[in-house]
Design a protein around this ligand. Structure first.
Ligand code: MG
Length: 384
């Protein structure tokens, strides 16, 4: 395999830091070309000193001087501001872009990267949720691979290797159920962020951990799967699997089901995407069936966890509906993390936005940008 030069958007987050561990363990295969961060200047500087990228971006302008004065002597180019993200991914020295940003902010840089014909290792699921049709079309036109990093989608992607001629009957996305599995509304109405942030299996960033507790994460993943694997809503099933060992499954038209299994460790799907189609040797801990004598599966409780149902509604509605859900959810989660709304109210905010924001059946990029703005404003007004 030729050495791949990687740009990591969001290098200081959970996925970004684990990606750097994967790269460090495979110095003959990967090289860090670009690192970017939103606010964590200290870690960004440390990472840049260690991995020696050509370029770094600190999205928060106010931190430019700090980062630049630390890295300028090392001959590392430093840029600031959200707009710089779109520019650095176009650099001719970049082969692949790992989008590990959180939320809608991933959309525009991903579009720029695809247009510049960079392969995408996609950890920023919101990009496909917001504008899946646009992104998949652009990827096709520019002959760019979109390699999923999300563990469930990586599992499905792995199950599909060698199956090009065989249509998918359906996929089964597994969900851990999060920390509140089995709880009812009476319990959930009083839960605080400290409880919601304690995920039983996965160690992740704050936004995705809350999404996981509310099943919004699984809802976003349903939409992500639709676009990655070109599926209809009826072909996507969600099953709760609290041990997070079976990462997802594909059923083919002969009824056979393939699954991908492993311990819950994001480094494996990150490495698979960066090294695709090769499986690189790793020293990650191995799964042992004897340690998990009970792998269990149950139906998700969509009455209590309404967000999952919203995602299926969005698939049926099409247009900008998933963009509305995403923006409303980003505002709701942020408010929950600031103790401004209750856990169950997050779904109320999303539902109201779905009903009230202007629906666009055939959106173009500008419509997505407007929808995102309009939804955020409405969601904020519902919370304040
Ligand atoms: Mg996932």
């Amino acid at each position: 395999m030729q050495k791949r030069r990687i740009a990591i958007l969001g290098s200081t987050g959970s996925i970004g830091t684990q990606a750097l561990e994967v790269i460090e363990a495979n110095p003959d295969l990967f090289e860090v070309e670009v690192l970017t961060a939103q606010n964590n200047a200290d870690l960004l500087i440390q990472q840049a000193i260690k991995h020696k990228p050509n370029t770094v971006v600190i999205a928060n302008d106010a931190l430019y001087d700090k980062v630049n004065s630390a890295l300028d002597p090392l001959d590392i180019k430093v840029y600031a501001g959200e707009n710089a993200l779109g520019g650095v991914v176009e650099n001719e020295n970049v082969d692949m872009v790992l989008t590990a940003l959180v939320g809608y902010v991933g959309l525009l840089p991903t579009i720029r990267a695809i247009k510049a014909r960079k392969h995408i290792a996609l950890a920023n699921k919101e990009t496909l949720v917001v504008a899946g049709e646009l992104i998949t079309q652009l990827a096709l036109e520019n002959r760019v691979d979109i390699l999923p990093v999300d563990s469930e989608h990586s599992a499905i992607f792995q199950c599909l290797v060698g199956e090009n001629i065989n249509p998918i009957e359906k996929i089964i996305l597994t969900a851990s159920g999060g920390p509140f599995i089995g709880k009812g509304k009476d319990f959930l109405k009083n839960v605080k962020k400290e409880q919601a942030l304690k995920h039983p299996n996965w160690d992740m960033g704050a936004k995705i951990t809350i999404d996981s507790a509310s099943l919004m994460n699984k809802g976003l993943e349903v939409i992500e799967a639709k676009w990655l694997f070109d599926l209809k809503a009826e072909q996507i099933e969600v099953i709760v699997h609290p041990q997070s060992i079976v990462h997802s499954l594909v059923q083919f038209e002969d009824g056979s089901i393939k699954a991908q299994l492993g311990l819950p460790d994001m480094k494996l799907p990150i490495q698979y995407a960066l090294g695709f189609p090769q499986r690189l040797k790793s020293d990650f801990p191995r799964f042992n069936f004897v340690d998990y004598p009970n792998l269990t599966f149950e139906k998700p409780d969509m009455q209590t966890f309404r967000n999952l149902g919203f995602a299926f509604e969005a698939l049926k509605a099409g247009g900008n509906m998933a963009c509305i859900i995403n923006a409303a959810n980003e505002i709701a989660v942020d408010a929950f993390l600031k103790d401004k709304v209750g856990f169950l109210q997050m779904s109320d905010v999303i539902e109201t936005c779905m009903q009230k924001v202007n629906f666009v059946k055939k959106p173009v990029l500008d419509d997505y940008i407007k929808t995102d703005e309009e939804t955020r404003a409405l969601a904020q007004s519902l919370i304040a």
